[in-house]
Ligand binder design. Structure first.
Ligand code: NI
Length: 388
């Protein structure tokens, strides 16, 4: 039976898991109940090995194919954590935890990968080993990095990684993917400008932090427009300006600027960090003030390997026909990038239909995407390690 038909059969069961996760959302590394249920199900499916507590609360399941002539290992990854958002979907299985909801569809990703694991464990129609990876703390906690640092790649000798995210606004069950960058490196910076506060009517006796900060806000834009190759992509946004004064007649002693810097390749990322630091400190110096720049690197670029992307497209096309390969990368960040930094692989978007955008209180994962999503995960294993 074609993969997709088997998943159509499994749809009620996978949907029930998904809705159970939806009803019981957990944040960051606190995904204890979710990880417990994932492990229990993986054992029930007959996985050859199930390990909990990888990268604190991550779960790894191992499924051996009928043969293993080449020693190849394919890793499939899903994320398990929810968001600190008050749910407004009105569905009967809405979150039972006030202020927490699955607003990014990680409940769906986890359920789809469980479905693939069940199918792979019952068919084992491949030559090698499939490793299913359920990570905590995708939403800002770097759970993917925690699993990598806990030895994920070497312990299970993973050769390739494949991950998936749902995408509202795309037809349900259809796929989009491209080679190269899919998601941005997402960094943040804080610039503390210190001068000499005083009476606003006596600027000559002060060092004006407000004027200095204003010049910095304008000048950092020249990093993108003048230092970065125009054919490359970068964003610098200064989003917060705050001072230690609320009076209209006081020059503040300190002004703080906060913002984000996004890029799609490692060299541009270095240039952004260097440029923001150079411009801020030197503008401040020119004004007689000082600027302290704290630049914090977030998730790296999510980089799809060229060949792995081709394989991913082939599998996706076999499931839902035409694959959208003309989509632009997104400037959001994604924690799966830490796994793709270790081994080649690919990250694909699966359509969630005409729903609210992710991270919105009215968002809900679309269960109709399950057969396509589970088929893609399982299909990657069968395609990359065809039965001997
Ligand atoms: Ni997400």
């Amino acid at each position: 039976m074609p993969i997709k038909n088997r998943f159509a059969e499994l749809l009620p069961e996978i949907t029930a898991w998904r809705r159970d996760f939806h009803e019981n959302p957990e944040l960051l590394y606190e995904v204890h109940r979710t990880a417990g249920k994932v492990s229990e199900l993986l054992r029930e499916f007959g996985c050859d090995e199930v390990v909990e507590g990888v990268g604190r609360t991550g779960v790894v399941g191992v499924i051996k194919g009928r043969t293993d002539t080449k020693g190849r290992v394919v890793g499939l990854r899903a994320d398990m954590d929810a968001l600190p958002i008050e749910e407004q979907t009105g569905v009967e299985y809405a979150s039972k935890t006030p202020g927490t909801m699955h607003a990014c569809g990680h409940d769906g990703h986890t359920a789809m990968l469980l479905g693939a694991a069940k199918y792979l464990a019952e068919t084992r129609n491949f030559d090698g080993t499939a490793v299913v990876i359920f990570q905590p703390a995708e939403e800002g906690g770097a759970g993917g990095l925690a699993m990598v640092e806990d030895g994920l790649v070497d312990r299970w000798k993973i050769d390739e990684f494949y991950g998936m995210h749902n995408m509202p606004g795309m037809p349900v069950g259809h796929f989009a993917i491209k080679p190269g960058p899919m998601m941005a490196a997402a960094d943040q910076f804080e610039i503390t400008v210190t001068g000499k506060g005083g009476h606003a009517a006596k600027p000559h006796e002060c060092i004006d932090t407000t004027l200095t900060a204003a010049q910095i806000i304008v000048a950092v834009q020249s990093v993108v427009s003048r230092n970065i190759d125009p054919l490359k992509n970068a964003v610098i946004s200064v989003c917060v300006v705050s001072t230690d004064s609320t009076a209209h007649n006081v020059i503040p002693q300190v002004v703080k600027l906060k913002g984000t810097a996004r890029s799609l390749d490692a060299q541009v990322r270095d240039q952004l960090q260097e440029g923001i630091t150079r411009v801020a400190t030197n503008i401040a110096a020119a004004m007689g003030a000082t600027a302290q720049v704290d630049y914090e690197r977030g998730y790296p670029v999510t980089m799809n390997d060229d060949r792995a992307t081709e394989w991913a497209i082939d599998v996706a096309a076999g499931i839902s026909g035409e694959v959208n390969t003309a989509m632009e990368p997104m400037m959001g960040g994604e924690d799966f990038s830490y796994m793709l930094n270790e081994r080649p692989g690919a990250y694909i978007w699966v359509g969630n239909g005409d729903t609210a955008m992710v991270h919105h209180p009215a968002y809900n994962f679309n269960d109709e995407a399950i057969p396509a999503g589970s088929s893609w995960y399982a299909g990657m294993v069968e395609a990359r390690m065809p039965a001997a």
